[in-house]
Design a protein around this ligand. Structure first.
Ligand code: C5P
Length: 221
């Protein structure tokens, strides 16, 4: 029970969607269920890691045996990530909203006849890029995700370079794949030294494979 290749390693996992408020009762969100991030946190804990699980409002319950940090917005998620540092490994599986409502209202926006509300947006911080580009105290291994609908390998490889993370787990989220919100995933692991295409697997199995790769990498370091 106390063993496992990741024993004594601090590992951070972000998961789920973020909710960006419009006013106290309304928000903008996305369809992330949190299933893959939750499975990854669970698999890392099973290998003995001390997992800090930073999650937006997900459909699935968080795993047991991890430290759960619930957040709502992208800005809160970045703060929680920074508060969790230093870590050995960081896995960014959350579907972070790219934009927030620039000036969300402190009181509920009232319906006014004929006059429609107009929302203005502001860009959210890119958490993966922020942590990947840290000059001091950067995690030894930073893993990002790339949900793509076309040219999966090319786009994900470019994303890895742009954000400066170590690995990218890429997947094809075209609706006909049934991956978004489904039980299975078909991923391509992109590392500095090459590309690994995995068969279509249960999300739990994808999580176990990724946790194993992470443990191997941490052990060789
Ligand atoms: O740029 P894109 O959203 O496709 O990148 C996906 C990866 O970046 C995921 O690992 C996601 O968790 C991370 N991300 C982030 N903060 C953002 C946007 C994306 O950490 N604001």
């Amino acid at each position: 029970l106390t063993g496992g290749p990741l024993r004594g390693k601090r590992v951070l996992v972000t998961s789920g969607p973020t909710h960006e408020p419009i006013d106290p009762v309304r928000y903008i969100a996305n369809r992330s269920s949190g299933a893959q991030g939750t499975a990854i946190a669970s698999a890392l804990a099973a290998l003995g890691a001390d997992v800090i699980f930073i999650t937006g409002p997900a459909d699935v319950p968080p795993p047991t045996g991890v430290t759960v940090v619930p957040v709502e917005t992208a800005q809160q998620m970045l703060q929680a990530v920074q508060d969790a540092l230093p870590v050995h490994v960081a896995v960014f599986a959350a579907a972070v909203a790219d934009w927030r409502v620039a000036s969300s209202s402190a009181s509920k926006i009232k319906k006014q006849d004929g006059k429609l509300p107009v929302l203005e947006f502001a860009e959210n911080p890119d958490i993966l890029a922020t942590i990947s580009q840290m000059k001091t105290g950067r995690p030894d291994l930073v893993v990002g995700f790339a949900a793509e609908t076309d040219d999966v390998i090319a786009n994900a490889t470019a994303k890895r370079a742009r954000k400066q993370c170590d690995w990218i787990v890429a997947n094809d989220v075209r609706p006909e794949t049934g991956i978004m919100g489904g039980a299975e995933n078909a991923v391509i692991l992109i590392r500095e030294d090459g590309v690994e295409e995995w068969p279509r697997l249960d999300k739990a199995e994808v999580a176990k494979r990724l946790a194993k790769r992470i443990a191997d990498k941490v052990e060789e370091a």
